[in-house]
Design a protein around this ligand. Structure first.
Ligand SMILES: C=CC1=C(C)c2cc3[nH]c(cc4nc(cc5[nH]c(cc1n2)c(C)c5CCC(=O)O)C(CCC(=O)O)=C4C)c(C)c3C=C
Ligand SMILES: [Fe+2]
Length: 462
């Protein structure tokens, strides 16, 4: 199970200036008590790290080495070294609009992320105009979705509850830690959480993405932002950090998923006849094919492990994996959930249990897309009995396993990135205001043309 863990010290990544709203509201961060254990005494100048970066599958994990440069310490800073360790756990998540008014700016943040819309280098200047255009065009449809689940995303509330539960599970295991939440596209933003970590003088940090499988578009994007923030800051860049890249292969997670499936199967008249239908959030095919995203491999491993666990319990149902929530004109991972549901109906499948597998909280894509859109499609296609496994949320066994993952990762914490040498991005407004303005105008125009050619950003489901 160690393959689930890896601490990274990647460098050379872009500084993201694309945030719609990056203001820091310390008061919005929940304060959690901090206790401490152990001491640190690191005074080395250059640290060579040999760290596993991503596990492509259970047996083959990719190793890479990276160097972290540590600046000499000042007298006051050295004093910090003798203080007791304060452990922090940083939960990474996507974030979601809390009101309908937040939907467009949330979408802007999402589409302005170069890990979500991956433009060739030459066209990077289009990123923000394109994000503005796509978010504006998509907002009405997204708002409808959020309106149908109560007017906003439940993600912040659920993630806060998971953070509290994790803190308690760690305390039960005699590890005192502050648990922070860092959202990628809405409050509390990663920047806000990181500022709080700095204020709390955290001495060792474990980064735990709330995505079981690694994708460039989720964990990868959040970690990139985190590394940029740490690289830019003299104090943060010295904090030993362990990043858990993926954890779908942990026995505790696999067992928790199998428990939920086993329980839900019992709600059907003939449980053994139910098709177990795993529906994962998709990514564009190019992520996997060209950019080496391990997401698809990890998803397939994950399903394999859950099915093995069910078989060990004497549950031998048929199963299927499909990908949902595609956006825009490009090809996404196949098979597509909507197409498979229609096919299964045609093939005579009568009972189906949907299992959301790429995310551990209820969110718009479980509550609206699966529970409403896909259920309706399935029933129209001839499937008669429909069920859906709830997201893991704060399930005890799951949270306990996350606590174990944190404890196992702690010893591998190491300084994350070398401090930055440059501060401002080239071609910024400050450096060249006229050139910047021209790029924005040209970018907006080109983005508009692209959108005219590819209206699917506006029309396609999620
Ligand atoms: C493993 C989970 C996720 C992957 C992979 C992922 C990739 C990805 N997503 C988009 C576009 C959108 N995602 C949206 C919402 C959303 N996405 C995830 C998870 C993954 N995304 C979650 C949990 C949520 C829901 C948040 C919530 O508020 O509940 C949305 C907004 C929803 C909408 O417009 O209807 C978009 C857009 C892309 C393009 C992408 C990979 C490149
Ligand atoms: Fe998404």
């Amino acid at each position: 199970m160690d393959a689930a863990m890896s601490s990274t010290a990647l460098s050379g990544l872009n500084i993201s200036k694309s945030r719609h709203d990056v203001s820091v509201h310390a008061s919005e961060l929940p304060h959690r008590s901090s206790l401490s254990s152990g001491t640190t005494g690191r005074t080395f100048q250059k640290l060579q790290l040999d760290t596993p970066v991503q596990s492509r599958n259970l047996v083959g994990k990719t190793l890479c080495s990276a160097e972290a440069w540590i600046q000499p310490l000042s007298a006051t800073e050295s004093q910090l070294q003798v203080e007791e360790d304060k452990v922090g756990v940083l939960l990474l998540n996507l974030g979601g609009p809390e009101t309908l008014h937040d939907v467009q700016p949330f979408l802007y943040n999402l589409f302005a992320d170069p890990d979500i819309i991956r433009l060739p280098r030459l066209f990077r200047f289009l990123q923000r105009p394109l994000a503005r255009l796509i978010s504006t065009l998509r907002a009405p449809k997204s708002k409808e979705g959020y309106a149908s689940i109560g007017g906003g995303s439940p993600l912040r509330k659920i993630t806060d509850e998971q953070a509290d539960a994790l803190k308690m599970a760690l305390e039960t295991k005699k590890v005192a830690a502050n648990v922070y939440v860092a959202m990628r596209y809405w409050h509390p933003f990663t920047e806000e959480a990181v500022q709080q970590i700095k204020r709390d003088k955290i001495k060792k940090l474990v980064v735990l993405p709330l995505y079981p499988q690694y994708s460039i578009s989720t964990t990868g994007s959040s970690v990139r932002v985190l590394q940029d923030l740490f690289r830019e800051d003299k104090i943060l860049s010295r904090i030993p950090v362990a990043i858990i890249q993926s954890w779908y292969q942990r026995a505790g997670y696999v067992k928790s998923m199998a428990d939920l499936i086993e329980k839900e199967l019992q709600t059907f008249g003939s449980p053994e006849e139910v098709m177990i239908f795993f529906s994962a959030h998709g990514v564009p095919v190019t992520y996997v094919r060209d950019a080496g995203d391990p997401y698809k491999d990890q998803m397939e491993d994950c399903i394999y492990l859950i099915m093995q666990e069910l078989k060990a319990r004497g549950i031998n149902n048929d199963h299927k994996l499909a990908y949902q929530s595609r956006v825009g004109p490009v090809q996404w991972l196949k098979p597509y959930t909507d197409e498979v549901l229609v096919d299964l109906g045609k093939q005579g499948v009568k009972s189906l249990l949907a299992v959301p597998v790429s995310f551990v909280s209820e969110h718009i894509e479980t509550l609206e897309e699966i529970d409403m859109e896909y259920k309706e499609l399935a029933l129209e296609s001839g499937i008669e009995n429909w069920g859906r496994v709830p997201a893991l949320g704060c399930t005890d066994t799951f949270i306990t396993d996350l606590a174990d993952a944190v404890i196992e990762a702690l010893p591998s914490a190491a300084a994350m990135t070398p401090p930055s040498t440059t501060v401002s991005a080239p071609n910024s407004f400050n450096q060249n205001p006229v050139g910047y303005a021209m790029k924005m105008v040209l970018g907006s125009f080109l983005a508009f043309i692209i959108l005219l050619l590819f209206p699917a950003f506006k029309n396609q489901s999620v």
